[in-house]
Design a protein around this ligand. Structure first.
Ligand code: ASP
Length: 360
C-alpha cells in the first residue's frame, strides 16, 4: 500500500474513533470532552494575573503581575513580560538570539491586542530590532493600520527611535551553519570532519522546545490584553510570516470573554484561525481548556493532506494553546501530547498548569 493510501485509511479510523468517543455526535461543534486523550481541568486564579507558554513564560508572567500590582496597565505588564524573552540570547525562539531564516537572517514577528478597545497592532519579518512587541504596540497606537512588514516595519521602528542591532548570536549562527552544512550531500557545504566540533549536543537539549512566547493578562478591572512574539520557524523562507502577528491566528483578546494565544506550527493556526475560534468558543460557554481542545480538534479534522499526516492518519506536527477567561479561569491544550504546560502568575505566585491534549 502506498503511504498516502495507508494514511487515508488510518485517518478514516481516526476520525471514526473521535466521533465514537463523542457518542456519535458530529465532530464540531459540541464534541464531548471524553473524546480527548487528556483533560486537565481549568483552574481559577485571582486578578491581576497573567498566563504564558510553559517552557519560557515564567519571567514574563512574574513581570506582568508585578507591573499590574504596582498600578501599571495590563498591556504594559504583558509587554514588559515578553520583553525579557525578546532580550534573552538563550531563548532561541524569540527576539535576540532567535534562530535565523534560511539565509542566516533573524526575522521577527509580533503582535499585541487590547481586548478593551478591540485594537491590534503587529509587525512581520522585522529585522534588527530586539523588541518587536514594542513596535507592534506603536503600530496599534500610532498608526491607522494593524500590520506592518519587512522594510516598512523597520522604517517605522527607526522613525520611533528604535536602535538597530545585530540579533544573530554566535550560538544561533552556529546552529544555522550546522543545518546548512548537513542539508544535502549535493551542494558545496559540508560539516567539519571532527564531530567534536559540532554544536549538536548543545542543540539536542534545546530541540524539544517549541518556539515563541505568548502571554495574556487580566487586571482587577476586568481588562484583558494579549501579545505573541517570535523569531518564527527555524530556517524559514525569507519573508515567511507565521501566525504570531496575525490576530485571530496566534492571539486574540476580547475583554467581554477572554484571551487565547498559541505556539507551534503557525500555518495550522493561519489556516484555522485558532485563537479567534477559542475566544468564540468561550463566548458560547466553553471553559478555556474545552475551547483550546476544540481548536486542536478543528486542526486535526482539517488536516487531510498526506505530507502533514503520520501513518495513523493524525497530524504529524504540534500546536499548543493557552487561554484565560474574564473570571480568571485558565486552561490550555496541545494537539499532540508532549508534556506541555503553561505558566500562570497571580498575587499568590507563579503556578504551572498542565495542558490537556487531543492525541497521544
Ligand atoms: N508559531 C510560530 C510560527 O509559526 C513558531 C512556534 O511557535 O514554534 O512562527
Amino acid at each position: 500500500m502506498k503511504r498516502s493510501e495507508h494514511s487515508s485509511n488510518s485517518r478514516r479510523e481516526f476520525l471514526k474513533k473521535l466521533t465514537a468517543a463523542a457518542g456519535g455526535a458530529a465532530l464540531t461543534p459540541g464534541l464531548a470532552c471524553s473524546a480527548y486523550s487528556r483533560v486537565s481541568g481549568d483552574q481559577i486564579f485571582e486578578a491581576p494575573m497573567a498566563i504564558a507558554s510553559g517552557f519560557n513564560g515564567e519571567p514574563a508572567v512574574n513581570k506582568a503581575v508585578e507591573v499590574m500590582q504596582n498600578g501599571g496597565d495590563v498591556l504594559d505588564g504583558i509587554i514588559q513580560g515578553v520583553n525579557i524573552q525578546e532580550a534573552d540570547p538563550d531563548d532561541m525562539t524569540v527576539g535576540y538570539g532567535g534562530v535565523p531564516n534560511e539565509k542566516g537572517v533573524v526575522q521577527l514577528d509580533a503582535a499585541v491586542m487590547d481586548g478593551r478597545t478591540h485594537q491590534a497592532g503587529s509587525v512581520g519579518a522585522l529585522e534588527n530590532i530586539m523588541h518587536p512587541s514594542k513596535v507592534a504596540r506603536l503600530v496599534m497606537e500610532r498608526t491607522d493600520h494593524s500590520l506592518l512588514v519587512g522594510e516598512g516595519a523597520l522604517r517605522f521602528a527607526r522613525m520611533h527611535g528604535f536602535k538597530e542591532e545585530n540579533l544573530l548570536t554566535d550560538r544561533a549562527r552556529e546552529r544555522w551553519l550546522e543545518w546548512k552544512e548537513t542539508l544535502s550531500d549535493d551542494d558545496n557545504y559540508f560539516p567539519p570532519s571532527d564531530d567534536n566540533n559540532s554544536s549538536s549536543s548543545l542543540w539536542k537539549e534545546f530541540e524539544s522546545h517549541h518556539g515563541t512566547i505568548h502571554s495574556s493578562g487580566l487586571d482587577t478591572n476586568g481588562g484583558i490584553c494579549a501579545t505573541t512574539t517570535t523569531s518564527g520557524l527555524f530556517y524559514k523562507m525569507p519573508g515567511r510570516v507565521g501566525d504570531s502577528p496575525i490576530t485571530g491566528a496566534g492571539l486574540f483578546a476580547d475583554t467581554n470573554v477572554g484571551a487565547a494565544g498559541s505556539t507551534g506550527r503557525g500555518e495550522a493556526n493561519l489556516q484555522n484561525l485558532s485563537s479567534f475560534l477559542i475566544v468564540e468558543r468561550m463566548r458560547l460557554g466553553d471553559s478555556p481548556e474545552e475551547a483550546c481542545l476544540k481548536a486542536c480538534e478543528r486542526i486535526a479534522e482539517n488536516t487531510n493532506i498526506s505530507r502533514l499526516l503520520d501513518d495513523d492518519g493524525t497530524p504529524n506536527f504540534n500546536v499548543r494553546f493557552y487561554a484565560l477567561n474574564r473570571d480568571g479561569a485558565v486552561g490550555g491544550a496541545e494537539l499532540r501530547s508532549s508534556g506541555g504546560s503553561m505558566k500562570v502568575a497571580d498575587p499568590s505566585g507563579v503556578h504551572e498548569v498542565e495542558l490537556a491534549y487531543l492525541l497521544e
